[in-house]
Design a protein around this ligand. Structure first.
Ligand SMILES: [Zn+2]
Length: 263
């Protein structure tokens, strides 16, 4: 009898634990009705969305709504507008658009600063050269973004740069537990070592000034992956022309042929 009670109690405790765990890790489901204003902002600011078929537009809207329902966007010394929210959500959705069930479970909050900030997260004083970062340690689950950089990423479409997209690529890379430039959840195991070797070679070319990929990409493999991905999503035609092998590798990783999006 005692054994029976113990087993029952253990089962109840396990069930409570599981339910609590599921509650904290599962994302809220969107209604599927993004507001008219949000759709208007998407059409006017997000070229990726603009070029999608109506069916894919619907899916993009669903993912944007889902993201905004589950990730808090907080402004520090700045008021967050609907456009800010849509730009951030779009940066999150563009790279994983082909992965229908992708959820950023490693992100709880996006903290937006009015402009660039320094390592102490201050927007005044010297050395304010950070446009965005993905938090680690006590900042785990947080992303920090400069509002100026966020908007610049979508208004300038020729510089191959997009800060928010760059940070979300780091989060995708991080989803397997390690930020190392190898997105193991997106890239099959046999292709991981060849990708790593390819990155080494490309970093070498940037360092010896034989590449038009931004020099920040030569910092390490994780930065190379983010910088090359910005190029892929911002200037796909140019990337395909100048680096056809890299274009194909990124096309394979993100399961998107970006040329079809941009005309
Ligand atoms: Zn970076």
């Amino acid at each position: 009898m005692e054994t029976y009670i113990t087993i029952t109690l253990l089962t109840v405790v396990t069930l409570i634990f599981l339910l609590k765990h599921i509650k904290t890790t599962s994302w809220k489901k969107p209604t599927g009705n993004l507001s008219k204003n949000a759709k208007f902002i998407l059409l006017n600011n997000i070229r990726f969305y603009y070029n999608l078929s109506s069916l894919n537009k619907k899916h993009f809207e669903y993912k944007v709504e889902e993201f905004l329902l589950n990730v808090n966007i907080i402004g520090v010394e700045t008021i967050i507008t609907e456009t800010d929210r849509i730009l951030i959500a779009s940066s999150a959705i563009i790279p994983i658009f082909a992965f229908k069930n992708w959820k950023y479970r490693n992100l709880k909050e996006v903290i937006v600063y009015p402009s660039n900030f320094n390592m102490s997260f201050k927007t005044t004083g010297l050395l304010r050269d950070i446009k965005g970062l993905v938090g680690t340690g006590y900042m785990e689950g947080k992303m920090l973004l400069s509002k100026t950089a966020l908007h610049h990423g979508f208004s300038n479409q020729t510089d191959k740069r997009n800060t928010a997209l760059h940070e979300f690529i780091h989060l995708i890379d991080k989803a397997d537990g390690i930020v190392d430039g190898i997105p193991k959840l997106l890239l099959e195991e046999p292709n991981q070592i060849p990708w790593l070797e390819y990155m080494y070679k490309q970093i070498g070319l940037i360092k010896t000034k034989q590449s038009d990929i931004h020099e920040y990409g030569a910092t390490n493999e994780m930065e190379f992956f983010s910088v090359a991905s910005e190029y892929f999503f911002e200037r796909p035609k140019l990337l395909k022309k100048k680096h056809p092998k890299l274009y194909n590798k990124l096309k394979h990783i993100f399961k998107q042929d970006m040329i079809n999006h941009w005309n």
